[in-house]
Design a protein around this ligand. Structure first.
Ligand code: PBG
Length: 332
């Protein structure tokens, strides 16, 4: 008996753990997770990334070992980034499409090791490979200003994507935010017969301070910023245009990046996208949770799982996250 007339008591569905699980609207599973990994040239052994504890620049051997751990935990997709030695970088990033370039060797090693058991996705962008660190080639525009050239950069992306497909990538993922990049890559892949290789488009990618630790992870040569090609954090509307364009250009997945500070963008795109919508929980998001967790300021595991659940609840079907293996183990 209650003296209050409360007929609607939402707490009833929160009474026990079994009840909470019964009514949970969102579930993260290992098969939703994509694990970004770094393969580096010129290393004797794997090297931990200071600002991303638990994440490494890998040799080919430690890459394979790490991918085995991921697969064992239930993660079935790796997103691979390459870190060349400095002397291999040049103005156009040409080592990106060299058959023996470090990223292409990494892709090949994973395909040889895992066949189709593991989805091998490759980052398709030039910033790790150019000596100036930009995602494209530099030049002057029609008014004489120095810019990252859009259309000239597409040529590099298409060569890179074809080289990645040739090395065995199941998925290429253009992340450079050049206009028309998805259409250019689709056409180039198809022309070479790689009609079965899919494209995960970084559709809404913001010029974000949350990428900070990634710069160490890939030994970035960038000085300055990427604000003339990545999006302004103030804007939502242009993300809808970017996603629509990528869908029209043939993207098999669209993606939003970073994730947690852009869940409104994820939710809006998920409302209309006819293709799967992914989100990338980036290096800075991982670093912040790790740092606070390691200081005992937040519960690391609980914060990790809550962050992933929130990203999925917002509408992301796939989550790229450095927590992929830890989270998958936790879900076991
Ligand atoms: C660029 C690229 C970046 C990230 C993925 N691809 C960095 C940037 O745009 O500056 C960031 C990933 C992360 O922070 O985890 N190719």
């Amino acid at each position: 008996m209650s003296i209050y007339e409360i007929s609607r008591r939402p707490r009833r569905l929160r009474t026990t753990s079994a009840m909470r699980e019964l009514v949970a609207e969102t579930r993260v599973s290992a098969s939703d997770l994509i694990y970004p990994m770094f393969v580096a040239d010129g290393l004797d052994g794997k090297r931990e990334i200071t600002s991303m504890p638990g994440q490494y620049q890998h040799t080919l051997d430690s890459l394979k070992a790490g991918a085995h751990d991921a697969l064992e935990a239930g993660v079935r997709c790796i997103d691979l980034f390459g870190v060349p030695i400095d002397s291999d970088k040049d103005a156009t990033g040409s080592v990106a499409w060299a058959e023996d370039g470090v990223l292409n060797r990494g892709i090949r090693a994973l395909r040889e090791e895992f066949g189709d058991d593991l989805i091998v996705m490759a980052d398709t962008c030039l910033d790790e490979f150019t000596d100036h660190g930009h995602c494209g080639v530099l030049g002057t525009d029609a008014q004489g200003a120095e810019v990252v050239l859009n259309d000239a950069t597409l040529e590099g992306y298409t060569r890179m994507a074809v080289a990645q497909a040739r090395a065995g990538a199941h998925v290429v993922s253009p992340s450079g935010m050049m206009d028309g990049q998805v259409a250019a890559i689709r056409r180039a892949l198809d022309a070479e017969g790689f009609t079965g290789v899919s494209i995960m488009a970084y559709s809404a990618k913001y010029a974000s301070a949350f990428f900070g630790p990634f710069r160490e992870a890939v030994g970035s040569s960038l000085s300055g910023d990427r604000r003339t090609y990545q999006q302004d954090p103030a804007n939502l509307r242009e993300s809808l245009l970017e996603a629509q364009l990528d869908i029209d250009e043939g993207a098999d997945f669209v993606m939003v990046k970073p994730a947690m500070a852009y869940l409104d963008v994820v939710a809006k795109i998920a409302e209309f996208s006819p293709v799967p919508v992914a989100a990338y929980q980036v290096s800075g998001e991982y670093a912040m949770i790790q740092a606070a967790g390691r200081n005992g300021w937040v519960d690391l595991e609980a914060t990790m799982m809550e962050s992933l659940t929130s990203i999925k609840r917002a509408g992301a079907q796939q989550i790229l996250t450095y927590f992929a293996v830890d989270a998958a183990r936790r879900l076991r």
